[in-house]
Structure formats: C-alpha cells, structure tokens
Design a protein around this ligand. Structure first.
Ligand code: GLC
Length: 552
C-alpha cells in the first residue's frame, strides 16, 4: 500500500469549534470566514486534517451536539456558500476536513422530533424511542451524572416518555429503523459532496445499541459496516473516526475483524492511562493499554490525544488510580467533572511547566497511531473554571494581545476570553509566540515536522521495550527496514536506562532533535541518562531513513 493511499495513517488532526476560533464579521461569534483566514496558520503549524465540531443549525444547548438540521450551516457561522469557499481554501492548502456526525440523537427542536411528538401516527414517531411508563432503570446509564437526572423524560405533547442517553433535549434516534439509517447515509452523502474527507462519529456505542424500555443489551455492528460501505462507495478516501470509550478487547468489533467497519478510533484506553503515568511515573497500566490495543486490522488506526473538548474521562481507572490523577492534576473539586474526569486544559493540569508539556506533546506525537490536538493547546492555553461543566476548556482562541485576544472586534465575545496573569491572552497568544524562537508554538511546529518524517510511528510495527528503568517508556517502531526508538522519562528526577537493541544498525542511535544526543552502544547495548521529564527520539543506525528504507 502506498503511503498516500491511507492518508489518515500519518495525519496530524486538529479539532476546533468554529464558534470559538475566529470572528471575521465582528458579531462576537467565530465563523467560517474567520476560520478560513486562519487556514494558513494551521497549514504552517503542520496540521493536515481539521476536525470541525458541529456547526449545524442548533439551539446549542450542548455546543451544537444537539442538531436541529443536519443539512444547514448554523446562520451564526455562515452559509452553505461560505462553507464551500472555506473547503476550497482548505483544499488549496492540502488540508483535509472531517466533521462531526451526531447521529445518535437529534435536538428536541429538530423537525423530526417536533412532528413525532405531535402525532402518534406521524411518519417520524417511531424514529424515536417511546414508552407509556417510565422504565424502572431510568436512572441507569446516565452520561452526565450531576447534570442529567434521568434517561427517560415525559413529553407533554407526545403523552409518552422518550429515551435520551444524554441531556433531555437530545432525544435518541431509533437507529435500527431503516428510514433513520437512510437519513444518516443521506446526511453523509450531502457533506461528502461538499468535499469533507470523513466524519468523527459521535457516541458510537450508543448509536449502535438496540434502544427501548426493557430491551436486552444488544449492539448492531452491522450498522458500522453499512456506513463504511456507503462512505467508500461515494468517496473512496473518506474515513470514519469513532468516539467509542470502550475496553480494548471490544475495539476489534468497531474496526471489524477484516477492517470493514471504522478506520479510526480515539484511543481512550491509552488516554486515561497516559495521564495516570504522567501523574505517578507508574507505567504498568499504560504499557498494558498499549499492548492491548496493539492488535488491529492493517487499515485500522488509533487516534491518540491528550485533551479533547470533553472532560478527561478517567472512568476506566481503578478508584485508587483515579484519585492519584486527581491529586496530581485536579486536586480541587471544581476541576473535576461527572465523578469520573477532569475538565481542565492540559497546560493548567501540568502547572504550565514547559518540560512536562513537552513530554506530553512528545508522547502525543510518537505514540503508535495518529495524533489529534485540541485547538489552543499548541500555545498552552488555560481554562476558566468559573464556566460550567466542559465550557471551561472551550474559551475563544487567543491570537494576539489586543482586546479579546484578537478573536473578535466585538465588545461582546460569545465567551469571555481568558484574561488572567498566567494564561490570559496578554501572556499566551499566537502572535507573540510566532515571534519568539523557542515558544511552545514554534516548538510544536518543529516536532510536527519531524513526526511527519517518521512514518515508522504511524505505519510501523511497534514494541514496548523491556529496559532497566521502570519510569521510562521505551518504544521501538519498525517499518520497511527503518527503525526508530523513543524514550520518555515520566519521573521528576534524573533516570538512567539500559537496553539492548537487536538488528542491523543497533550500535548507533541518532538523536533526531539534538546534535549532541547520539548514543553509541557496543553490541547494541545502550546506556542513556534522561533528565527529569526528558524525552528523546532516535533513528536506528543512521541519521535519515530514506536511504535505508526498503522499496515500496
Ligand atoms: C459526545 C461529544 C460531547 C457531547 C455528547 C452528546 O460525547 O463528544 O461533547 O456532549 O457526545 O452529543
């Protein structure tokens, strides 16, 4: 397979909400024109694929994850014409765009639901899930504990209860209904026609679930195959990226044993254990998660991330492990969310410590898979804990030290721009960091450039190496005759690691970032000391991989 065929394998994904990125028309709300003006910035950073969070018509009670019209661009952000112009600009810069597909539920304002609730015989009535009685388990399976009280709510107009996995204004669609399935593919077909390269599929485990009062747990993985089949028929290069926070042994069902379902999944198992490792320097659970998610069909790819627009979900750690992460990164209850996670931004969690931030980003860009970044993390944006729930990490992008961080000309931005001493827009903004050689922004740009030149990471086979140091993660990647080794010291103290490197060229490790960092090891035995939180990437046997790589 040629590298460019499976473009997503070596992609750099960047996720952003249009509303918070850049306001071009001065109404205080980010828009597609504003985003279009920032595409050169994104291309310059080295991003290759944007993930746009929902920008559809919506009452926006869940930041657009409550869709009222899948075919309409929210008027606040632009028009379909502006979307096409934005896509055209992105394409010219070689940037791909994937968009959120929120098909598990609609907004209660969606015309389908409006019609359904008015009339028991309406064609869309059984596109939703109803019950005359409130099922006894209506408090089970709540996704937002503390903010959501039930999964079944009575609707006065419908005179029945309806099921909603998430908030009560997000009635679940009956995705086993053939007409609903047709609608989902129709929506996909529409946006594919406008040039998107695929979809980030929201809430996949719930999407494929048989829903209803008293029904036994059952999932219809065939829906994923149908969607993939449709997608590939319409647009051969497009991908599906699943949000599915499931244990590793379930992931193959989402990829499909033969890679015939979803191409990509966000790697939640690694994500939470990565933060546990950063909190404790105990690498056991992280190593376990990397090994458990090793097996996958050749086309499939994991997407690694540090923070996303949601809380950092630690729900699959043991209570003791979770507590240790809370103690280290979110000691105050106001920093925690839904009894299971952390709602802060990365820089704030790591105390704005540059060394620790670099360690985290170096891991993001070298874990075996495709990296996904959250907007603003490249400059170390902070959070605003006075905002509710997940909103605290969704503040406007900080472009300059001008009023409202250069996000808008309006005096009333959609959300207050962070303005504190450490993380405020006067201290943390793109324009200052552009001018400063060693800024986090320029550092990130450089590491992304190197990452793209290391397809061993995204395409290769990998192994968690056995070494002498328990606090150092040592990964080896092999692909087409070229090998790479990365080391990450999770501890806040200096540590030495000894390991044996088998195979050709094993005597020489060339540090790809640092001219003084090479390691010479007789018989492939290397002894390397790492400063607190230090990290290194080495090519095996040679400073470059092009000459030594086997033919395609
Ligand atoms: C997903 C999204 C989240 C949203 C939820 C309901 O989990 O990531 O932001 O609230 O789905 O659509």
């Amino acid at each position: 397979m040629a590298i460019s065929d499976l473009w997503y394998k070596n992609a750099i994904i960047y996720c952003l909400p249009v509303a918070k990125y850049m306001d071009a028309d001065g109404d205080g709300i980010g828009d597609l024109d504003g985003l279009a003006r920032r595409l050169d910035y994104l291309a310059g950073l080295g991003v290759t694929c944007l993930w746009l969070q929902p920008f559809y018509r919506s009452p926006e009670r869940d930041d657009g994850y409550d869709v009222a019209d899948y075919y309409a661009v929210n008027e606040k952000y632009g028009t379909p014409g502006r979307f096409v112009e934005f896509m055209n600009h992105a394409r010219a810069l070689g940037l791909r765009v994937i968009i959120d597909l929120v098909a598990n539920h609609t907004s209660d304002q969606h015309p389908w639901f409006q019609q359904a609730r008015r009339d028991r015989h309406a064609p869309t009535r059984d596109w939703y899930i109803w019950s005359d009685q409130r099922p006894p388990d209506h408090e089970k399976g709540i996704v937002f504990p503390g903010s959501q009280k039930t999964t079944w709510t009575y609707d006065e107009e419908a005179k029945q209860y309806y099921f909603h996995r998430f908030y009560d204004f997000q009635p679940d669609l009956n995705t086993l209904h053939p007409s609903v399935r047709d609608e989902i593919t129709r929506v996909m077909g529409y946006w594919l026609e406008l040039g998107v390269s695929g979809f980030r599929m929201d809430a996949v485990p719930f999407l494929i679930e048989r829903k209803g009062a008293g029904v036994a747990h059952e999932q219809d993985f065939e829906l994923l195959h149908e969607m993939r089949h449709f997608l590939q028929w319409r647009q051969g290069e497009a991908i599906l990226l699943a949000e599915a926070n499931v244990p590793p042994d379930e992931s193959l069902k989402y990829f499909g044993d033969r890679g015939d379902r979803l191409q990509m999944m966000l790697n939640f198992p690694v994500n939470q254990r990565l933060f546990y490792a950063m909190a404790t320097a105990d690498l056991g659970p992280l190593t376990w998660a990397l090994r458990e998610t090793y097996k996958r069909p050749p086309e499939a790819q994991w997407v690694h991330f540090l923070r996303s627009h949601d809380e950092l979900d630690l729900g699959r750690l043991s209570p003791e492990e979770r507590q240790q992460v809370f103690d280290a990164f979110a000691p105050d209850a106001s920093m925690q969310l839904y009894n299971r996670g952390i709602r802060r931004r990365l820089a704030a969690m790591l105390g704005n410590d540059r060394g620790r931030l670099e360690l985290a980003f170096s891991l993001l860009f070298s874990l075996p898979g495709t990296p996904m970044m959250l907007y603003g993390d490249e400059i170390g944006m902070g959070d605003d804990l006075s905002l509710p729930e997940r909103e605290c990490a969704r503040t406007p992008m900080q472009w300059t030290s001008e009023p409202h961080g250069g996000f808008t000309r309006s005096d009333r931005p959609i959300q207050r721009v962070i303005d504190d001493r450490t993380y405020g827009y006067k201290a943390v903004n793109v324009s200052d960091q552009r001018r400063e050689h060693n800024s986090l922004l320029n550092w990130t740009e450089r590491i992304i450039r190197m990452r793209k030149e290391c397809p061993e990471i995204s395409w290769g086979d990998f192994e968690v190496m056995a070494t002498s140091a328990s606090e150092i993660l040592a990964l080896r990647y092999d692909w087409r005759g070229a090998s790479l080794v990365t080391l990450h010291n999770f501890a806040g103290r200096r540590a030495k690691v000894v390991f044996d490197l088998k195979g050709p060229g094993g005597d020489l490790l060339v540090d790809v970032f640092n001219t003084n960092g090479d390691s010479h090891g007789r018989g492939g035995r290397h002894e390397i000391s790492l400063d607190p939180y230090a990290w290194r990437w080495f090519r095996v046997g040679s400073p470059d991989n092009a000459l030594h790589r086997a033919a395609q």
